[in-house]
Design a protein. Structure first.
Length: 301
């Protein structure tokens, strides 16, 4: 009798144990249902709330662009359910005409004359007539700046006064579309240092320093600029006095007339100028064709 009772209890225990998986299954189904409900709720984007957040975020950044549409969110009035393969309710993007990008205007010869007068007035107002001369020749407009105000002797780093002078000329050069060439010149006294074996390297380095300033600080378009070094091959004064040397140590900024192609103009045979053009590369990477260095131990240029 006891054996029969014991057998019945064993069967009831196995029956209850076999139904325990239902609890875990019910919990799992409940979690899955809650998960899908949350995913559905997240996928339903409230455009009004999103735009409110977007505007608040942009105002916090100091922006005024409130027309940015939410990426992936449908526009108001657009059906959410569109059959695959149809364009019903989908706004068709119409290509807008490309904006016309017009650069600064190229000044004609008569306009270069007016620019010359304006620069001369500004130079006179600053009391720099002895350091800056403005000239006109067949090439265009030439701003002649003595090297003494731009650089220290034997150096190619702009002085604070030189940087201020170029900063004042910058607006006049930025607002025009003419080609510009910066020409470096030295006096006839040779130089031989580790940095500048000859006047060719020195004149080119000075021209490039002015060019870099106009590009980096004054934001003159680099595509219409070039730098050339002529050493002592184009003196303004052939004399051997200190006054003549001072005139010959200079940097010329040539504003070319529209009908003139920028090119070194040599009236007599001379060694090739060292030229660096940022139209093909950045000024720091410009190559230069140098003449044979002249051995010397002085540095007066």
């Amino acid at each position: 009798m006891s054996v029969v009772k014991r057998h019945k209890k064993h069967e009831e225990h196995e029956e209850h144990a076999s139904e325990a998986w239902l609890v875990a299954f019910a919990d799992m189904m409940t979690l899955l249902m809650v998960t899908f409900l949350m995913m559905f709720a997240i996928s339903s984007l409230d455009l009004q709330k999103f735009k409110t957040f977007q505007e608040a975020f942009e105002q916090g950044l100091g922006k005024n662009t409130h027309q940015l549409a939410a990426e992936g969110a449908p526009e108001q009035g657009t059906p959410h359910d569109v059959p695959i393969g149809t364009t019903q309710g989908v706004p068709v993007a119409t290509p807008s005409p490309a904006p016309l990008t017009t650069g600064p205007k190229k000044l004609q010869p008569e306009e270069l004359d007016k620019l010359k007068q304006q620069i001369e007035q500004a130079v006179a107002k600053a009391g720099l007539q002895s350091a800056v001369q403005v000239e006109r020749d067949p090439r265009g407009l030439i701003l002649n700046v003595t090297s003494g105000i731009l650089f220290d002797a034997g150096m190619a780093q702009l002085t604070p006064v030189g940087s201020g002078l170029l900063g004042g000329l910058g607006p006049a050069l930025t607002g025009i579309g003419n080609d510009l060439v910066v020409e470096g010149h030295t006096d006839s006294r040779p130089i031989s240092t580790s940095a500048f074996p000859s006047n060719w390297e020195l004149s080119t380095a000075r021209a490039t320093a002015v060019l870099r300033f106009l590009i980096d600080k004054d934001h003159v378009a680099s595509g219409r600029m070039a730098a050339s070094g002529f050493a002592d091959t184009r003196p303004r004064d052939p004399g051997r006095t200190d006054a003549a040397y001072a005139k010959n140590r200079r940097v010329d900024i040539v504003v070319y007339a529209p009908a003139v192609t920028p090119a070194p103009a040599a009236s007599t045979p001379s060694p090739p100028a060292a030229t660096a053009s940022p139209a093909a590369a950045h000024p720091s990477a410009a190559t230069a064709e140098m003449a044979t260095p002249q051995p010397s131990a002085s540095a007066h240029s």
